[in-house]
Write a protein that binds this ligand. Sequence first.
Ligand code: GUN
Ligand code: FE
Length: 426
Amino acid sequence: MKDIYAVKGNIIFTPAFGKYTIFKNSYIIVEGKYVKGVYEKLPLKFKNISVKDYGDSLIIPGFVDLHLHAPQFANLGLGLDKELMPWLETYTFPEEKKYSDLVYAKKVYAALIKELWKFGTTRSVVFATLHKEASKMLMDMFAKSGLSAYIGKVNMDINSPDYLVETTEQSLKDTEEILIEYSDKYDLVKPIITPRFVPTCTSALMDGLGKLAAKYNTKVQSHLCENKDEIAFVKQLHPISKNYASVYNEANLFGQLPTCMAHCVLVDEDEIDLMVKNQVFAVHCPNSNNNLSSGMSPVTKLINSGIPVALGSDIGAGHSLSMLNTMVAAAQVSNLNYATKNRTEKPLNTAEIFYLATKGGGKFFGNIGSFEEGYEFDALVIDDSTLPIVKTLTLEERLQKFIYTGDDRNIKIRYVAGSEVKEPAF
Ligand code: GUN
Ligand code: FE
Protein backbone atom coordinates (compact mmCIF):
# COMPACT_ATOMS: atom_id res chain seq x y z
CA MET A 1 0.00 0.00 0.00
CA LYS A 2 1.14 3.50 -0.76
CA ASP A 3 2.12 5.75 2.11
CA ILE A 4 -0.83 7.64 3.45
CA TYR A 5 -0.72 10.52 5.91
CA ALA A 6 -2.48 13.74 6.83
CA VAL A 7 -1.30 17.28 7.35
CA LYS A 8 -3.30 19.53 9.63
CA GLY A 9 -3.57 23.33 9.68
CA ASN A 10 -5.43 26.26 8.13
CA ILE A 11 -5.78 25.31 4.50
CA ILE A 12 -6.12 27.88 1.69
CA PHE A 13 -6.12 27.27 -2.06
CA THR A 14 -7.82 28.52 -5.23
CA PRO A 15 -9.43 25.75 -7.31
CA ALA A 16 -10.77 28.41 -9.71
CA PHE A 17 -9.40 31.79 -10.77
CA GLY A 18 -9.82 34.16 -7.85
CA LYS A 19 -11.96 31.76 -5.78
CA TYR A 20 -10.53 30.87 -2.40
CA THR A 21 -11.37 27.61 -0.72
CA ILE A 22 -10.57 27.87 2.99
CA PHE A 23 -10.66 25.18 5.68
CA LYS A 24 -9.89 26.25 9.22
CA ASN A 25 -7.96 23.76 11.34
CA SER A 26 -8.53 20.89 8.90
CA TYR A 27 -6.84 17.89 7.34
CA ILE A 28 -5.39 17.18 3.90
CA ILE A 29 -5.09 13.44 3.32
CA VAL A 30 -2.13 12.57 1.09
CA GLU A 31 -1.71 9.14 -0.51
CA GLY A 32 1.60 8.63 -2.30
CA LYS A 33 2.10 11.77 -4.37
CA TYR A 34 -1.54 12.78 -4.43
CA VAL A 35 -4.13 14.69 -2.45
CA LYS A 36 -6.93 12.32 -1.53
CA GLY A 37 -9.18 14.87 0.07
CA VAL A 38 -9.57 17.77 2.50
CA TYR A 39 -11.65 17.21 5.63
CA GLU A 40 -12.65 19.31 8.60
CA LYS A 41 -12.65 16.15 10.75
CA LEU A 42 -10.45 13.14 10.17
CA PRO A 43 -12.73 10.44 8.70
CA LEU A 44 -12.92 7.26 10.74
CA LYS A 45 -11.29 5.15 8.03
CA PHE A 46 -8.15 7.31 8.34
CA LYS A 47 -8.04 7.28 12.12
CA ASN A 48 -4.80 5.29 12.27
CA ILE A 49 -2.73 7.29 9.77
CA SER A 50 0.00 9.62 10.94
CA VAL A 51 -1.00 13.27 11.26
CA LYS A 52 1.50 16.11 10.94
CA ASP A 53 -0.11 18.84 12.96
CA TYR A 54 1.09 22.31 11.99
CA GLY A 55 -1.06 24.03 14.60
CA ASP A 56 -2.23 27.50 13.61
CA SER A 57 -0.02 27.67 10.49
CA LEU A 58 -1.38 28.30 7.01
CA ILE A 59 -1.02 25.48 4.49
CA ILE A 60 -0.99 26.69 0.88
CA PRO A 61 0.06 25.16 -2.46
CA GLY A 62 3.73 25.50 -3.43
CA PHE A 63 4.62 28.39 -5.72
CA VAL A 64 5.15 27.91 -9.45
CA ASP A 65 7.64 30.08 -11.37
CA LEU A 66 7.09 29.52 -15.09
CA HIS A 67 10.06 31.52 -16.34
CA LEU A 68 13.57 32.01 -15.02
CA HIS A 69 17.14 31.92 -16.31
CA ALA A 70 19.36 29.82 -14.05
CA PRO A 71 22.75 31.27 -15.11
CA GLN A 72 21.50 34.80 -14.63
CA PHE A 73 21.20 34.17 -10.89
CA ALA A 74 24.83 35.29 -10.73
CA ASN A 75 23.74 38.68 -12.09
CA LEU A 76 20.76 39.11 -9.77
CA GLY A 77 20.13 42.82 -9.23
CA LEU A 78 23.00 43.88 -11.50
CA GLY A 79 22.85 45.87 -14.72
CA LEU A 80 19.16 46.61 -14.88
CA ASP A 81 19.62 50.04 -16.41
CA LYS A 82 19.16 49.13 -20.07
CA GLU A 83 16.45 47.86 -22.38
CA LEU A 84 16.31 44.25 -23.54
CA MET A 85 18.68 44.11 -26.52
CA PRO A 86 21.56 46.19 -25.05
CA TRP A 87 20.99 44.46 -21.68
CA LEU A 88 21.50 41.07 -23.32
CA GLU A 89 24.70 42.19 -25.06
CA THR A 90 26.18 44.12 -22.15
CA TYR A 91 25.38 41.99 -19.12
CA THR A 92 23.68 38.72 -19.95
CA PHE A 93 25.56 37.09 -22.82
CA PRO A 94 28.98 37.68 -21.17
CA GLU A 95 27.70 35.97 -17.99
CA GLU A 96 26.18 33.01 -19.85
CA LYS A 97 29.47 32.39 -21.63
CA LYS A 98 30.94 31.27 -18.30
CA TYR A 99 28.81 28.12 -18.16
CA SER A 100 31.25 26.17 -20.29
CA ASP A 101 33.04 25.95 -16.93
CA LEU A 102 31.29 23.27 -14.88
CA VAL A 103 32.93 24.31 -11.62
CA TYR A 104 31.54 27.82 -11.97
CA ALA A 105 28.18 26.49 -13.15
CA LYS A 106 27.90 24.18 -10.16
CA LYS A 107 28.57 26.98 -7.72
CA VAL A 108 25.89 29.25 -9.18
CA TYR A 109 23.35 26.49 -9.75
CA ALA A 110 23.70 25.21 -6.17
CA ALA A 111 23.03 28.71 -4.85
CA LEU A 112 20.07 29.14 -7.20
CA ILE A 113 18.38 25.88 -6.19
CA LYS A 114 18.82 26.67 -2.50
CA GLU A 115 17.23 30.06 -3.08
CA LEU A 116 14.26 28.53 -4.93
CA TRP A 117 13.81 26.13 -2.04
CA LYS A 118 14.03 28.99 0.43
CA PHE A 119 11.28 30.96 -1.30
CA GLY A 120 8.93 27.98 -1.60
CA THR A 121 9.10 27.68 -5.37
CA THR A 122 8.32 24.00 -5.69
CA ARG A 123 8.00 23.98 -9.51
CA SER A 124 9.85 26.03 -12.07
CA VAL A 125 10.43 26.27 -15.80
CA VAL A 126 14.03 27.16 -16.43
CA PHE A 127 16.38 28.36 -19.16
CA ALA A 128 19.93 27.05 -18.72
CA THR A 129 22.55 28.13 -21.29
CA LEU A 130 23.50 26.67 -24.66
CA HIS A 131 26.08 24.45 -22.92
CA LYS A 132 25.07 20.81 -23.00
CA GLU A 133 27.07 19.58 -20.02
CA ALA A 134 26.07 22.40 -17.67
CA SER A 135 22.43 21.92 -18.69
CA LYS A 136 22.60 18.22 -17.84
CA MET A 137 24.27 19.04 -14.55
CA LEU A 138 21.49 21.48 -13.71
CA MET A 139 18.90 18.73 -14.28
CA ASP A 140 20.83 16.32 -12.07
CA MET A 141 21.11 18.96 -9.34
CA PHE A 142 17.39 19.75 -9.42
CA ALA A 143 16.58 16.04 -9.25
CA LYS A 144 18.84 15.67 -6.23
CA SER A 145 17.17 18.62 -4.50
CA GLY A 146 13.66 17.15 -4.72
CA LEU A 147 12.27 20.27 -6.41
CA SER A 148 10.46 19.87 -9.72
CA ALA A 149 11.48 21.66 -12.93
CA TYR A 150 11.47 21.72 -16.69
CA ILE A 151 14.97 22.67 -17.79
CA GLY A 152 15.99 23.81 -21.24
CA LYS A 153 19.34 23.76 -22.88
CA VAL A 154 19.15 27.06 -24.79
CA ASN A 155 19.39 27.06 -28.60
CA MET A 156 20.95 30.03 -30.42
CA ASP A 157 22.69 29.87 -33.83
CA ILE A 158 22.52 33.42 -35.26
CA ASN A 159 22.69 37.07 -34.17
CA SER A 160 24.61 36.04 -31.09
CA PRO A 161 28.12 36.95 -29.99
CA ASP A 162 30.98 34.77 -31.29
CA TYR A 163 31.56 33.50 -27.76
CA LEU A 164 27.95 32.34 -27.26
CA VAL A 165 26.71 30.72 -30.45
CA GLU A 166 26.40 27.22 -31.91
CA THR A 167 26.04 25.81 -35.39
CA THR A 168 22.55 24.70 -36.29
CA GLU A 169 23.72 21.12 -36.54
CA GLN A 170 25.47 21.05 -33.17
CA SER A 171 22.56 22.78 -31.47
CA LEU A 172 20.10 20.12 -32.69
CA LYS A 173 22.49 17.27 -31.98
CA ASP A 174 23.14 18.38 -28.39
CA THR A 175 19.44 18.95 -27.80
CA GLU A 176 18.54 15.49 -29.08
CA GLU A 177 21.22 13.89 -26.92
CA ILE A 178 19.66 15.52 -23.86
CA LEU A 179 16.16 14.43 -24.87
CA ILE A 180 17.30 10.83 -25.30
CA GLU A 181 19.13 10.79 -22.00
CA TYR A 182 16.79 12.84 -19.81
CA SER A 183 13.20 12.47 -21.05
CA ASP A 184 12.59 9.51 -18.74
CA LYS A 185 15.49 9.83 -16.34
CA TYR A 186 13.59 11.63 -13.58
CA ASP A 187 9.99 11.91 -12.47
CA LEU A 188 10.12 15.52 -11.33
CA VAL A 189 12.75 16.97 -13.66
CA LYS A 190 12.26 17.01 -17.42
CA PRO A 191 13.94 18.62 -20.42
CA ILE A 192 12.11 21.29 -22.41
CA ILE A 193 12.80 22.59 -25.94
CA THR A 194 14.19 26.13 -25.58
CA PRO A 195 14.82 28.30 -28.64
CA ARG A 196 16.11 31.45 -26.92
CA PHE A 197 13.89 33.73 -29.00
CA VAL A 198 13.29 34.29 -32.70
CA PRO A 199 16.17 36.79 -33.19
CA THR A 200 18.84 34.23 -32.17
CA CYS A 201 17.43 31.22 -34.05
CA THR A 202 17.54 30.46 -37.77
CA SER A 203 14.43 29.00 -39.37
CA ALA A 204 16.37 25.78 -39.92
CA LEU A 205 17.06 25.56 -36.18
CA MET A 206 13.46 26.29 -35.23
CA ASP A 207 12.16 23.73 -37.77
CA GLY A 208 14.55 21.15 -36.32
CA LEU A 209 13.45 21.93 -32.78
CA GLY A 210 9.79 21.62 -33.78
CA LYS A 211 10.55 18.15 -35.13
CA LEU A 212 12.42 17.15 -31.97
CA ALA A 213 9.54 18.36 -29.80
CA ALA A 214 7.15 16.14 -31.78
CA LYS A 215 9.51 13.16 -31.86
CA TYR A 216 10.18 13.14 -28.11
CA ASN A 217 6.83 14.59 -27.01
CA THR A 218 8.63 17.49 -25.32
CA LYS A 219 7.18 20.76 -24.07
CA VAL A 220 8.44 24.10 -25.44
CA GLN A 221 9.39 27.46 -23.91
CA SER A 222 10.60 30.75 -25.34
CA HIS A 223 10.12 34.52 -25.29
CA LEU A 224 7.42 36.45 -27.17
CA CYS A 225 6.78 40.16 -27.79
CA GLU A 226 8.77 41.51 -24.86
CA ASN A 227 10.08 44.77 -26.29
CA LYS A 228 9.47 47.10 -29.26
CA ASP A 229 13.00 46.87 -30.70
CA GLU A 230 12.91 43.08 -30.41
CA ILE A 231 9.61 42.92 -32.30
CA ALA A 232 10.94 45.24 -35.02
CA PHE A 233 13.99 42.99 -35.38
CA VAL A 234 11.76 39.92 -35.76
CA LYS A 235 9.76 41.75 -38.46
CA GLN A 236 12.99 42.56 -40.30
CA LEU A 237 14.21 38.94 -40.06
CA HIS A 238 10.84 37.41 -41.05
CA PRO A 239 9.08 39.97 -43.27
CA ILE A 240 6.70 37.39 -44.74
CA SER A 241 5.42 36.03 -41.41
CA LYS A 242 2.24 37.64 -40.18
CA ASN A 243 3.66 38.40 -36.73
CA TYR A 244 6.17 37.22 -34.10
CA ALA A 245 4.00 34.35 -32.86
CA SER A 246 3.55 33.07 -36.43
CA VAL A 247 7.29 32.52 -36.75
CA TYR A 248 7.17 29.99 -33.90
CA ASN A 249 3.92 28.56 -35.17
CA GLU A 250 5.38 27.94 -38.64
CA ALA A 251 8.05 25.80 -36.95
CA ASN A 252 5.48 23.89 -34.85
CA LEU A 253 6.78 25.57 -31.71
CA PHE A 254 3.58 27.29 -30.68
CA GLY A 255 1.26 24.97 -28.82
CA GLN A 256 1.63 21.90 -31.03
CA LEU A 257 3.19 20.58 -27.83
CA PRO A 258 2.40 22.36 -24.55
CA THR A 259 4.19 25.70 -24.81
CA CYS A 260 4.88 28.66 -22.56
CA MET A 261 5.95 32.07 -23.82
CA ALA A 262 7.50 34.61 -21.49
CA HIS A 263 6.33 38.23 -21.46
CA CYS A 264 3.64 38.71 -24.18
CA VAL A 265 3.71 42.42 -23.30
CA LEU A 266 3.04 43.65 -26.82
CA VAL A 267 1.10 40.82 -28.47
CA ASP A 268 -1.41 41.94 -31.13
CA GLU A 269 -4.98 40.70 -31.60
CA ASP A 270 -3.99 37.99 -34.11
CA GLU A 271 -1.34 36.69 -31.73
CA ILE A 272 -3.84 36.60 -28.89
CA ASP A 273 -6.23 34.61 -31.09
CA LEU A 274 -3.49 32.13 -31.96
CA MET A 275 -2.50 31.75 -28.29
CA VAL A 276 -6.11 31.03 -27.40
CA LYS A 277 -6.51 28.55 -30.25
CA ASN A 278 -3.27 26.72 -29.43
CA GLN A 279 -3.62 27.19 -25.65
CA VAL A 280 -0.14 28.68 -25.38
CA PHE A 281 0.67 29.83 -21.84
CA ALA A 282 1.57 33.50 -21.39
CA VAL A 283 4.07 33.96 -18.57
CA HIS A 284 3.68 37.35 -16.96
CA CYS A 285 7.03 38.66 -15.66
CA PRO A 286 6.19 42.00 -14.06
CA ASN A 287 9.52 42.70 -12.33
CA SER A 288 11.44 42.02 -15.51
CA ASN A 289 9.12 44.15 -17.63
CA ASN A 290 9.45 47.01 -15.15
CA ASN A 291 13.24 46.73 -14.86
CA LEU A 292 13.92 46.66 -18.61
CA SER A 293 11.23 49.25 -19.46
CA SER A 294 9.50 46.64 -21.58
CA GLY A 295 6.00 47.76 -20.68
CA MET A 296 2.88 46.55 -18.92
CA SER A 297 1.51 43.21 -20.04
CA PRO A 298 -2.27 43.33 -20.64
CA VAL A 299 -2.72 40.38 -18.28
CA THR A 300 -6.43 40.77 -17.62
CA LYS A 301 -7.12 40.97 -21.34
CA LEU A 302 -5.04 37.81 -21.94
CA ILE A 303 -6.92 35.97 -19.20
CA ASN A 304 -10.32 37.16 -20.38
CA SER A 305 -9.47 36.09 -23.94
CA GLY A 306 -8.94 32.52 -22.71
CA ILE A 307 -5.15 32.31 -22.65
CA PRO A 308 -3.68 30.30 -19.75
CA VAL A 309 -1.60 32.79 -17.75
CA ALA A 310 1.14 32.15 -15.17
CA LEU A 311 3.76 34.19 -13.35
CA GLY A 312 7.53 34.24 -13.86
CA SER A 313 10.35 35.83 -11.90
CA ASP A 314 12.45 36.03 -15.10
CA ILE A 315 15.63 36.43 -13.12
CA GLY A 316 18.07 38.08 -13.95
CA ALA A 317 15.91 40.67 -15.79
CA GLY A 318 13.68 40.23 -12.76
CA HIS A 319 15.59 41.04 -9.56
CA SER A 320 13.91 38.59 -7.16
CA LEU A 321 13.30 34.85 -7.15
CA SER A 322 10.58 35.32 -4.58
CA MET A 323 7.11 34.60 -5.93
CA LEU A 324 5.75 36.77 -3.10
CA ASN A 325 7.66 39.69 -4.56
CA THR A 326 6.54 38.72 -8.07
CA MET A 327 2.89 38.52 -6.99
CA VAL A 328 3.02 42.00 -5.47
CA ALA A 329 4.62 43.36 -8.65
CA ALA A 330 1.88 41.69 -10.70
CA ALA A 331 -0.76 43.36 -8.55
CA GLN A 332 0.89 46.76 -8.88
CA VAL A 333 1.29 46.49 -12.66
CA SER A 334 -2.33 45.48 -12.91
CA ASN A 335 -3.34 48.56 -10.91
CA LEU A 336 -1.23 50.81 -13.14
CA ASN A 337 -2.74 49.24 -16.25
CA TYR A 338 -6.15 50.10 -14.87
CA ALA A 339 -5.22 53.62 -13.85
CA THR A 340 -3.49 54.53 -17.10
CA LYS A 341 -5.65 52.75 -19.67
CA ASN A 342 -9.00 54.48 -19.22
CA ARG A 343 -9.91 52.31 -16.23
CA THR A 344 -11.21 49.63 -18.56
CA GLU A 345 -9.61 46.45 -17.23
CA LYS A 346 -10.48 45.77 -13.61
CA PRO A 347 -7.27 45.25 -11.59
CA LEU A 348 -6.44 41.71 -10.45
CA ASN A 349 -7.35 41.03 -6.83
CA THR A 350 -5.17 39.08 -4.40
CA ALA A 351 -7.05 35.80 -4.87
CA GLU A 352 -6.55 36.08 -8.64
CA ILE A 353 -2.84 36.80 -8.26
CA PHE A 354 -2.52 33.88 -5.81
CA TYR A 355 -4.19 31.60 -8.37
CA LEU A 356 -1.68 32.68 -11.06
CA ALA A 357 1.24 31.84 -8.73
CA THR A 358 -0.15 28.39 -7.88
CA LYS A 359 -2.73 26.62 -10.06
CA GLY A 360 -2.31 29.01 -13.02
CA GLY A 361 1.33 28.03 -13.51
CA GLY A 362 0.78 24.55 -12.11
CA LYS A 363 -1.42 23.65 -15.09
CA PHE A 364 1.67 23.64 -17.28
CA PHE A 365 2.94 20.73 -15.17
CA GLY A 366 -0.40 18.89 -14.90
CA ASN A 367 -2.56 18.63 -11.80
CA ILE A 368 -0.45 20.96 -9.70
CA GLY A 369 -1.09 24.02 -7.56
CA SER A 370 -4.31 23.07 -5.78
CA PHE A 371 -5.50 20.71 -3.04
CA GLU A 372 -8.29 19.18 -5.09
CA GLU A 373 -8.44 15.40 -5.11
CA GLY A 374 -5.93 13.90 -7.53
CA TYR A 375 -3.58 16.90 -7.44
CA GLU A 376 0.04 16.23 -6.60
CA PHE A 377 0.61 17.41 -3.07
CA ASP A 378 2.93 20.42 -3.33
CA ALA A 379 2.54 22.56 -0.24
CA LEU A 380 4.07 25.22 1.97
CA VAL A 381 3.53 25.51 5.71
CA ILE A 382 3.47 29.19 6.64
CA ASP A 383 4.11 30.41 10.16
CA ASP A 384 2.97 34.03 10.16
CA SER A 385 3.13 34.44 13.95
CA THR A 386 6.27 36.57 13.63
CA LEU A 387 4.58 39.11 11.33
CA PRO A 388 3.36 42.29 13.01
CA ILE A 389 -0.27 41.22 13.36
CA VAL A 390 -1.93 43.54 15.87
CA LYS A 391 -5.58 42.83 15.27
CA THR A 392 -7.71 39.77 14.61
CA LEU A 393 -7.47 38.70 10.99
CA THR A 394 -9.48 36.25 8.94
CA LEU A 395 -7.53 33.44 7.28
CA GLU A 396 -7.91 35.26 3.96
CA GLU A 397 -6.42 38.40 5.49
CA ARG A 398 -3.57 36.39 7.01
CA LEU A 399 -2.72 35.12 3.53
CA GLN A 400 -2.83 38.67 2.15
CA LYS A 401 -0.53 39.89 4.90
CA PHE A 402 1.90 37.06 4.20
CA ILE A 403 1.94 37.81 0.47
CA TYR A 404 2.56 41.53 0.95
CA THR A 405 4.68 41.64 4.10
CA GLY A 406 6.01 38.13 4.66
CA ASP A 407 9.10 36.47 3.24
CA ASP A 408 11.00 33.19 3.17
CA ARG A 409 11.44 33.25 6.97
CA ASN A 410 7.74 32.49 7.30
CA ILE A 411 7.98 29.35 5.15
CA LYS A 412 8.65 26.49 7.55
CA ILE A 413 8.06 23.31 5.52
CA ARG A 414 7.92 22.49 1.80
CA TYR A 415 6.32 19.47 0.14
CA VAL A 416 6.74 18.41 -3.48
CA ALA A 417 4.69 15.55 -4.92
CA GLY A 418 3.82 14.22 -1.48
CA SER A 419 7.32 14.33 0.04
CA GLU A 420 8.81 16.87 2.39
CA VAL A 421 11.82 18.55 0.79
CA LYS A 422 14.61 19.67 3.10
CA GLU A 423 17.14 22.37 2.30
CA PRO A 424 19.28 21.07 -0.59
CA ALA A 425 22.81 20.15 0.47
CA PHE A 426 25.25 20.46 -2.42
N1 GUN B 1 14.94 37.39 -24.67
C1 GUN B 1 15.94 36.60 -25.11
N2 GUN B 1 16.76 36.25 -24.13
C2 GUN B 1 16.29 36.83 -23.01
C3 GUN B 1 16.72 36.83 -21.66
O1 GUN B 1 17.71 36.22 -21.28
N3 GUN B 1 15.95 37.54 -20.79
C4 GUN B 1 14.83 38.22 -21.18
N4 GUN B 1 14.14 38.90 -20.28
N5 GUN B 1 14.42 38.24 -22.44
C5 GUN B 1 15.15 37.55 -23.35
FE1 FE C 1 13.48 35.55 -19.96
